[in-house]
Ligand binder design. Structure first.
Ligand code: M6R
Length: 607
């Protein structure tokens, strides 16, 4: 994790760096720092805390038109001012910022210490500054390249030398790095969000590439010094997409954007005439699609939960065996890649290291892996080469919300496409499309419960443990509801299949452990009501999500949240949105840092 930025241009570097770091703060926010060069000297200012706190100690008149910055999510070394980046060599004339993990740093550090280098921090990153200094013979780029030959692990890094005015050198291996090309100014950053207010022209660096920039020029080469010709791409996001636009938090904004983001994910992809979906990005012929024998989904966190819903859906609707697995587990268990299998790597950011590594391992074994990503040009999207972009727009709150419903939309469209090739009739296809097209309006309608959900969240915010219970397609939604509550409110929450509680979790039920039941109007409704009654019989408090006129659920539960009536398969969309709101309002009531909850970061680019 961590966010890095570099700037060369005519403006005060400190302003560009601090504004850029603010945009990258979602990547890590336990400490931050900048290094600005002027008159052959480097000035480093860093401290524990967020960018706002760093801003307080940066002098208004700090000179310098080029520099580097970093916002940290600690891996090696506790959170303190010393371990914050940038890190320097002994002489203090070389500074680096680094995102990733240098796995062989202990051996490198030991050798450097024996040679007389003095280390100040406990970080793995500091070795980079000392190594560059050892290799430096008048050319920073060469010294960085020689250093990279010794590093094992992952990095997106930027290096600056006091003696090379107006120049920065960056490199990437496993952690993202983007070059922003402006008018007489250049940027390097972990993510385009940091540079969007200055330029929309970007070049995505690949692993093994090194970039050297000045204010007016750049060149990119590989580790063996061979120049690499790269295309400049234009970002389609607008600045307003990354602003709060009047909402107190990005999370609230992103929850309420879901009617539009779900619509965007399906726009241009529905083929009414043939009652199917159009997903050209899959790059698969009809024969290839027809030949799929099984589907496997790999992902982490919320994206994994979307994959679990998809697995239920694809198997039951398209009648193709489908499973979802945590990427972090798959990558180390030597998976068997069978002929006829199609894999999906699902990731909002497209940078999650576990998912990226799982995907690489699957590809090494000859698997066909498609990406389902939000961030265009992200590592997973590029390495997959084919798949579905979900077009949610930037998701900035650490807790994922709109990406989940857009990932579901992509999977629902894929299910329609594949089911129509197998067992789904034209009429059933048309019905499925009608249900999908109704979703944006139904999600919007669900917001009518907003004030009631807020009141419930406040009423229940004193409890320390929650169970989230659902079945079938809504079992993964229960897992996702629990994840939302725990990650932003810090309340302990477990998601289970409602059927499973009698196998253990029911022991937790008492009047201090509320259960949130997902009871849609579907074929499993009766079974879930029985599970709810079992909880009530043990004095458990119950909040149920059900359609407004479900009298039986209303009579059984202590409180209900009404959800709109929809096609049976569509309830995951309508269940998750109130659960996101419940988590959001609970966290607000408890005074939590909703967008940047403790210990977390948006993009998990370390193991
Ligand atoms: O960017 P990704 O979708 O690959 O991220 C996966 C998880 O890190 C992410 O969903 C995480 O669990 C969120 N904090 C959930 O809200």
């Amino acid at each position: 994790m961590c966010g890095i930025i570099g700037y060369c241009g005519p403006r005060a570097a400190k302003d560009v760096l601090l504004d850029g770091l603010k945009r990258l703060e979602y990547r890590g926010y336990d400490s931050a720092g900048i290094c600005v060069a002027s008159a052959g000297e480097l000035t480093i200012i860093k401290r524990t805390g967020k960018i706002a706190q760093l801003r307080e100690i940066v002098p208004e008149n700090l000179p310098g038109v080029y520099g580097i910055g970093h916002t940290r999510w600690a891996t090696h070394g506790v959170v303190n001012d010393v371990n914050a980046h940038p890190h320097t060599n002994c002489a203090g004339d070389i500074a680096i910022v680094h995102n990733g993990i240098i796995e062989n740093f202990s051996a490198l550090k030991e050798k450097l210490v024996n040679e007389g280098h003095v280390f100040r921090s406990q970080t793995d990153s500091e070795v980079i500054a000392h190594l560059v200094s050892d290799f430096y013979e008048g050319d920073l780029e060469t010294a960085v390249k020689e250093t990279l030959q010794l590093l094992k692990g992952t990095y997106g890094l930027i290096c600056i030398h006091a003696k090379e005015p107006g120049r920065l050198v960056g490199a990437r291996n496993g952690s993202p790095l983007v070059l922003g090309v402006g008018q007489e100014e250049m940027f390097l950053a972990s993510d385009v969000m940091a540079t969007l207010s200055h330029t929309k022209q970007v070049v995505y660096l690949e692993d093994g590439e090194v970039v050297s920039i000045t204010n007016s020029d750049y060149h990119i080469c590989d580790l063996r010094d061979r120049p690499v010709d790269k295309k400049i791409e234009t970002i389609s996001w607008e600045l307003e997409n990354i602003e709060k636009q009047g909402h107190p938090h990005f999370m609230e904004k992103e929850i309420f954007e879901q009617p539009e983001s779900v619509l965007r994910a399906m726009q241009g992809r529905i083929d009414q005439e043939n009652a199917t979906a159009r997903l050209g990005g899959l790059n698969m012929s009809t024969t290839e699609l027809r030949d799929i024998e099984r589907i496997k989904i790999v992902a982490a966190g919320t994206s994994f939960h979307a994959g679990l819903v998809a697995a239920y859906l694809i198997e039951s609707v398209a009648q193709i065996p489908c499973t979802a697995e945590l990427a972090s587990e798959l990558r180390y268990r030597n998976p068997i890649v069978e002929r006829g299998s199609l894999y999906f790597a699902v990731s909002q950011s497209g940078e999650t290291l576990d998912t990226l590594s799982a995907m690489r391992e699957l590809k090494r074994k000859g698997a066909r892996v498609l990406g389902i990503c939000n961030v265009v040009g992200s590592s997973i999207a590029r390495e997959a080469g084919a798949g579905v972009y979900i077009h949610s727009g930037p998701e900035i709150a650490v807790a994922s919300t709109k990406a989940f419903t857009s990932q579901l939309t992509a999977f629902y469209l894929f299910t329609l496409l594949i089911a129509r090739m197998h067992n789904m009739s034209f009429e059933a296809g048309r019905d499925f499309i009608a249900c999908l097209e109704a979703l944006p309006g139904l999600i919007q309608k669900g917001f009518e419960e907003q004030n009631h959900i807020r009141a419930l969240a406040e009423k229940y915010s004193r409890y320390r443990d929650f169970l989230f219970l659902g079945r079938g397609l809504n079992y993964p939604v229960a897992l996702e509801g629990a994840l939302k509550l725990k990650e932003i409110s810090y309340i302990h929450a477990e998601g289970y299949s409602a059927a499973e509680i009698k196998h253990g979790p029911i022991a937790l039920i008492n009047d201090e452990t509320p259960s949130i039941f997902l009871v849609p109007n579907d074929s499993l409704r009766g079974k879930v009501i029985s599970n709810m009654k079992e909880v009530k019989a043990r004095k458990g408090k119950v909040i149920a999500l059900c359609v407004a006129d479900d009298a039986e659920v209303r009579d059984t539960a202590d409180d209900i949240i009404a959800i709109p009536k929809a096609g049976e398969l569509m309830y995951p969309f309508l269940m998750i949105v109130p659960l996101q709101l419940f988590a959001y309002y609970t966290a607000l009531k408890l005074g939590r840092d909703v967008d940047q909850p403790r210990n977390l970061a948006k993009s998990v680019t370390v193991e």
